[in-house]
Design a binder for this molecule. Structure first.
Ligand code: ATP
Ligand code: MG
Length: 710
């Protein structure tokens, strides 16, 4: 049977999801548990079994890459003819198809690729002075509002409620928003959200269109459902028209797009909204080593809030690998150099460069890594972000700095000259803007100043591209030449290389080796995350980052952003970074501070995952892994402990905690080595209670064991 092949290679939970009858199905799956696998197999299973016609299925995801991936997996499984698209692509196709009917012959409006230009014009109309960056931030606000089904007049209240931090007064943003809508109408253009709205309107207000679309699409599948926004949800409901053949897959712990209007509440509420839904939970992680899975669990275990209600403890399925490396460097430059060096080593040892990723919180961090990788001659590709030297503000700054050579006296110290030169572009060192695109731009220019500081100070920094010791030109003009050389090197066309990407753009992807860098408080979480909700989203970002790694995971940060700065603290979401890490000395030498506090690494004896929480270490297994507790021994241990506690006049937990009792009853230690292997039991407890424990394990009754005490 063809369907047997589809079912082979699935675990029992995946199989339940795949074979569930027609109707609502909700797969709540952790990272790397095979969500895409489960839904593609469900589609293939149903079509090959003849239950549904592939032409009647619409599978939607959020990125073109994910849609393409889904199509290719479906083809491999022998399920042809299924539509797998992004929400946008599906809506666009339908709007195009129905446009002649809906628009009564008028031409379909042109689609705006980017809002910023029209938003800039709209801002000028209502007297808001917005530069390019301001326009970009305004466009983000408008996008959020439209995705959240918020009309211009409702914006001020809705934005305040949602704790938005708009670039201008909310009432002003609302005015720009209204002017933008008007301008578009007059210019005969629509934006992406209008297109989704048109698809909704086409169905909701036109029974004939609704009928035709609903006859075509009868079975729906949504991947990454935690990322759906209210506008997309409305379209999904319009497609469904009250029917219920809908399979959704999501992981609330990976909700990282709330700031754009996405909300995991549809996923979280799904089982309550559709009580007849088959709800399946997948917890086996097939992507990462148990060591990586252990860290991912430790990161997300502390999560709070709505998304955390559905949190699942992942269980690693792959063979054990290396422990994640946790490293602290004196500064970011040293961190980047070490990352580049390690990339070289991995590549030399056989890991393809395309199987390595360096992930960071904000795009402005990219520059340091572009530079370090270029210097180490490691090829790289920047995903989802402009390369540093191609950024508009950097190109403008380089022009301004060249012009400044004429106006700034030659004897001015380099850093001061650069700061003054940049002032011509409006940049002010003391005034970092609060957030969004403006902040990113500010950070990029600040990175130029940092570069100047290093260039002026560091005795080891050789001008790039020049071999051996040369007299460095510490004037502004010398620095400009250095920038030009760097830009040239980094503009060099790159082949398949190490991926440099923001954590946001890494979602859904996987690599053999992943470097999570800049994990300092203030960067992750960003200082702009203030509310508990915003902080939780930052925690989830780290979780997404950790779960991208198949084999090798490196986590690091530089204590100082640049030499001489203030020391930063490690990302607060990292369990025990300080205790379980090595601190690299300045100058990149190999010596390590001996860390006597480094805890014993212990692994789950069932699945091999790294155990980070104290209680789990004591237990010797993940709380979710199956227990092989000897009930009778456990009862005898408890009675014995009560007797001992009474005799010694101490509380019972002073003798052994509950977790230790469980561990003893599970592992049944019969010699000192086995007893000492249980976390929390040292030589003192071995001496004091060892004979009694061995007697109990050997079958003794509690009272005679109590007599064994020394
Ligand atoms: P994310 O949350 O990051 O999007 P995901 O849940 O979509 O992850 P997939 O990408 O579908 O996970 O699967 C992760 C990896 O595990 C893939 O390489 C997939 O082929 C593999 N995998 C999934 N299920 C199984 C299974 N039952 N047996 C073997 N490998 C599996
Ligand atoms: Mg996926």
């Amino acid at each position: 049977m063809l369907t047997d092949a589809v079912l082979a290679g699935l675990d029992p939970e995946q199989r339940t999801a795949v074979t569930a009858p027609a109707g609502p199905v909700c797969i709540l799956a952790g990272a790397g548990t095979g969500k895409t696998r489960a839904i593609t197999h469900r589609i293939a299973y149903r079509t090959l079994a003849g239950e549904v016609n592939p032409r009647h299925i619409l599978a939607v995801t959020f990125t073109a890459r994910a849609a393409a991936e889904m199509r290719s997996r479906l083809t491999e499984l022998g399920a042809r003819g299924v539509q797998a698209r992004t929400f946008h692509a599906a809506a666009l196709r339908q709007v195009r198809y129905f446009a002649p009917r809906l628009l009564e012959g008028r031409a379909m409006p042109e689609l705006l690729e980017s809002k910023a230009r029209v938003v800039g014009l709209a801002a000028a109309r209502v007297g808001v002075r917005a530069d390019r960056t301001g326009a970009r931030d305004l466009a983000s606000e408008i996008e959020w509002a439209k995705s959240s089904l918020v009309e211009p007049g409702e914006y001020p209240v809705a934005a305040t409620k949602a704790l938005r931090e708009p670039p201008f007064e909310p009432a002003k943003v609302a005015e720009v928003f209204a002017a933008y809508e008007e301008l578009k109408r007059r210019q005969g253009v629509i934006d992406f959200e209008d297109m989704l709205r048109a698809a909704v309107w086409g169905i909701e207000d036109h029974p004939d269109v609704a009928e035709q679309i609903r006859a075509q699409y009868r079975h729906f599948v949504v991947d990454e459902y935690q990322d759906v926004n209210p506008l997309q949800q409305r379209l999904l409901e319009a497609w469904l028209g009250g029917r219920d053949d809908l399979t959704v897959v999501g992981d609330a712990s990976q909700t990282i797009y709330s700031f754009t209007g996405a909300t995991s509440s549809y996923l979280i509420d799904f089982p309550r909204q559709r009580r007849e839904a088959v709800v399946v939970r997948l917890v086996r992680d097939y992507r990462s080593t148990p060591q990586v899975v252990g860290l991912a669990n430790a990161v997300i275990r502390q999560a709070r809030g709505n998304e955390a209600r559905l949190r699942l403890e992942l269980v690693g399925q792959r063979p054990p690998g290396a422990e994640p490396e946790l490293k602290i460097f004196p500064d970011e430059t040293g961190e980047a150099a070490a990352v580049a060096k390690k990339c070289r080593e991995l590549i030399a040892a056989g890991t393809p460069a395309s199987e390595i990723a360096v992930l960071f919180r904000i795009n402005a961090q990219s520059e340091t890594y572009e530079k370090a990788l270029a210097e180490a001659e490691v090829p790289y590709v920047v995903r989802g972000a402009e390369r540093f030297f191609e950024r508009t503000e950097i190109r403008q700054a380089m022009i301004a700095l060249r012009a400044a050579v004429r106006s700034i006296p030659g004897e001015t110290p380099l850093v001061q000259a650069v700061v003054e030169g940049l002032a011509a572009t409006g940049w002010q060192r003391e005034k970092p803007p609060p957030g969004g695109a403006a902040r990113e731009q500010w950070e990029a220019l600040a990175a130029l100043v940092t570069l100047a500081e290093e260039y002026a100070k560091s005795p080891t920094l050789e001008p790039i591209g020049q071999a051996g010791a040369v007299q460095r030109d510490l004037t502004l003009s010398g620095f400009n030449d250095e920038l030009a050389r760097r830009a040239e090197q980094q503009h060099a066309p790159t082949v398949a290389g190490v991926t440099l990407a923001s954590l946001h753009s890494a979602k859904g992807l996987e690599w053999d080796a992943v470097f999570l860098v800049g994990l300092a408080d203030g960067t992750l979480p960003t200082t702009y995350a203030k509310t508990p909700e915003q902080l939780e989203e930052e925690r989830r970002l780290l979780y997404v980052g950790v779960t991208r790694a198949r084999q090798y995971l490196w986590l690091s940060y530089g204590q100082m952003r640049s030499s001489g700065g203030r020391a930063r603290r490690p990302c607060r979401f990292l369990p025990q970074l300080e205790r379980n890490s090595t601190t690299e000395r300045a100058g990149g030498d190999r010596s390590r501070k001996p860390d006597r506090r480094r805890p014993q690494v212990s692994s789950c004896r069932v699945c091999g995952a790294t155990l980070l929480a104290g209680a789990d270490r004591k237990l010797g297994r993940c709380p979710t892994c199956p227990s092989d507790l000897d009930e009778d021994l456990y009862e005898r241990l408890k009675t014995w402990r009560a007797t001992m506690a009474e005799e010694l006049s101490v509380p019972a937990y002073v003798v052994f905690t509950d977790a230790t009792l469980v561990a003893l009853a599970e592992r049944r230690p019969s010699n000192p080595a086995e007893l000492l292997a249980i976390a929390g039991i040292g030589p003192r407890k071995l001496g004091q209670y060892g004979p009694a424990v061995f007697a109990l394990v050997g079958g003794a009754d509690p009272l005679s064991a109590a007599a064994e005490k020394l």
